[in-house]
Design a protein around this ligand. Structure first.
Ligand code: NAD
Length: 326
């Protein structure tokens, strides 16, 4: 058994392993999040997966019936077809006594004072050093730095984690969580070497027994390679990395030919993408998936996965890497 990995992220979040579940749309429900928290990581409920702030409140209650470990709530603010009442979601989370919130997408400046007044630990997820610095100045406790490899929205700078993480670590004082492109202990050890003190994983947790998605999605992730993603919305400055399928390839083709958002809206809507997860028809719509699927080879439970990654990272650091130092 390897030694445990202990960083400021464990301390700030009160968790055994500095491993955080990504705030995935349609996936971050209490089913998955409680399994991650019970495994010693940090499970995350995705606010916008719930149809209303009241439903988020009910999901927080359900979460508390499934775990007594720390967990967080994600709020992602990005262009959306029907703008949700973002602040209402956060208000409900705070009223329900949630102690960890992950913000993502937009500048968190407006939200941080309300969260800090309520004693919430704030993790802000962003895709550039300048946004990470700005979040630190606004008072967030941890930044989650998301490299270009990631699933979902990587921003428009196209800087992969191998460069983005040390560039951020050179500038920041608060702890960094590495996000994007990590699925195992090798990725975790590399992230720690680059300056991070924890990891965030989406696609890896999407491919677990407890993820509330059709088994076809999980088997596709195991079968497919690092080549099988598409970048949609490049021309709209809202780039998103999604699984390569009939719909995502059609969207790329249309946008490259000059189409605007209304011409692809029905193809890309989240409601349509949700059907992939519900029915297992992999071509039913858009679904987020990272390049890291190329190194995902199984469908474990979260209880197996979280300690496995932490132990593997510790073994690599104390074994293979230490062995190179003469
Ligand atoms: P949706 O159905 O509103 O939109 C589908 C996609 O189209 C999203 O990627 C969205 O950003 C994009 N989009 C919407 N309007 C746009 C416009 N005018 N111009 C350019 N792009 C536009 O989204 P949803 O699936 O119901 O999700 C709700 C929100 O939560 C979205 O903003 C989504 O991006 C966000 N979210 C993203 C992640 C992630 O990246 N991993 C996680 C959680 C939530």
């Amino acid at each position: 058994m390897a030694a445990a990995i202990q960083t400021r992220v464990n301390e700030l979040l009160g968790i055994e392993h500095p491993i955080i579940q990504g705030g995935m749309q349609w996936v971050g429900t209490a089913d998955l999040a409680s399994a991650v928290s019970n495994a010693g990581g940090l499970g995350i409920l995705t606010s916008l997966t719930q149809p209303s702030p009241e439903d988020l409140g009910k999901e927080i209650d359900r979460m508390r019936e499934m775990t007594d470990k720390p967990f967080g709530v994600n709020l992602t603010i990005l262009p959306t077809i029907t703008p949700p009442p973002y602040e209402e979601y956060l208000r409900v989370a705070v009223e329900k006594g949630v102690k960890i919130v992950e913000t993502a997408g937009a500048n968190p400046a407006k939200l941080v004072p309300m969260l800090k007044d309520a004693g919430v630990t704030v993790v802000h997820k962003c895709t550039s050093v300048r946004h990470a610095l700005s979040a630190q100045e606004k008072g967030v406790d941890i930044v989650s730095v998301d490299g270009f490899e990631c699933a979902g929205h990587p921003g428009e700078d196209d800087i992969p984690g191998l460069v983005l993480l040390p560039a951020a670590a050179d500038k920041l004082d608060i702890p960094i969580v590495a996000s994007g492109g990590i699925a195992d202990g090798r990725g975790m050890a590399a992230a720690l070497a680059l300056g991070a003190e924890g990891i965030n994983m989406g696609t890896r947790f999407l491919c677990t027994e407890e993820a509330p998605v059709h088994r076809n999605v999980k088997e596709a992730i195991v079968e497919r390679s690092e080549l099988d993603t598409e970048l949609i919305f490049r021309t709209l400055n809202n780039t998103a990395r999604v699984a390569s399928n009939e719909v995502s390839r059609e969207v790329v083709e249309k946008l490259n030919a000059g189409a605007q958002f209304p011409e692809v809206r029905d193809l890309v809507s989240g409601q349509r993408g949700r059907k992939v997860y519900e029915n297992g028809d992999l071509d039913a719509g858009i679904w987020s998936c990272g390049m890291v699927q190329g190194v995902i080879n199984d469908i474990p439970t979260c209880g197996e996965l979280v300690p496995r990654i932490a132990n593997e990272a510790a073994d690599i650091i104390t074994g293979r890497l230490a062995g190179f130092v003469k």
